[in-house]
Design a protein around this ligand. Structure first.
Ligand code: MLT
Length: 238
């Protein structure tokens, strides 16, 4: 298995031009988009529709009036939307469908759509990802760090690095960098997440509980997969 890591948003912009037809992509947006998605799926949410923009989310809503609207801009709930992007909110949505748009996470997921398989990655579902990838053995594995605005996000690189450390394969140089970053922080992930740019912003908004939630490793046995614009838990794909 060749393992590559996309470290930052400018590289994500180039993903649609890359041939991913034999690749499995795992997208990480640990604070908080993919952690919220995994939390929702683990608590019985049935479908998630990731939208790139607020306009796209509103357009999807006209076709799926039963779905709730969620997401964030600058970390806060979008005006008129039902939900924000806190993983804690995503614990109470059993049976619901959610259309969500976030600054980086949903953009990175949609940029990865050309891949054979697109998975939702978080620290929360690390073990489930490892087991799935060990079973499927994709020849190409691309780990996408969603980042924050136009910059790399430490927490995404740490999560990608943890996955690299748990898999055997041929890592690219960027995969080696991610693994080294993970090794540097593995003994105190909560401190690393809290000190990262996104963590500091959340702490400034008294949202430390959300960082603690997202720092849990392998709390949920769920793999979410994006296909035809919809994320569902893998078991529900049959
Ligand atoms: C994003 O997609 O950029 C985020 O997850 C941001 C956030 O939740 O505040």
């Amino acid at each position: 298995m060749n393992i590559d890591v996309i470290l930052s948003p400018p590289e994500i912009d180039l993903l649609p031009q890359r041939d991913l037809s034999t690749a499995t992509v795992v997208v990480f947006d640990v604070l908080r988009a993919t952690s919220s998605m995994i939390t929702g799926l683990a608590h019985g949410m049935t479908e998630i529709f990731p939208a790139r923009t607020i306009e796209e989310a509103l357009e999807l809503k006209t076709r799926r009036p039963d779905a709730k609207l969620g997401g964030e801009r600058h970390g806060d709930r979008i005006e008129g939307f039902d939900l924000g992007n806190s993983p804690l909110e995503y614990r109470d949505l059993r049976g619901e469908r959610i259309i969500t748009t976030t600054t980086n996470g949903t953009v990175a997921l949609r940029a990865s759509e050309g891949a054979r398989e697109v998975l939702v990655g978080a620290l929360l579902n690390m073990n489930a990802l490892v087991l799935h990838l060990q079973k499927e053995k994709p020849s190409e594995l691309v780990l996408v760090c969603a980042g924050t605005f136009r910059e790399l996000a430490l927490e995404d690189v740490i999560a990608a690095g943890m996955l690299c450390a748990r898999l055997s394969g041929s890592p690219s140089d960027s995969a080696r960098v991610a693994e080294a970053v993970f090794r540097r922080h593995e003994n105190d992930l909560l401190a690393a997440l809290s000190s990262a740019r996104n963590g500091r912003v959340l702490l400034g908004k008294n949202r430390g509980a959300e960082i603690e939630w997202c720092a849990q490793v392998s709390a949920f046995d769920v793999v979410g997969s994006l296909r035809d614009g919809v994320i569902r838990p893998l078991s529900a794909r049959g």
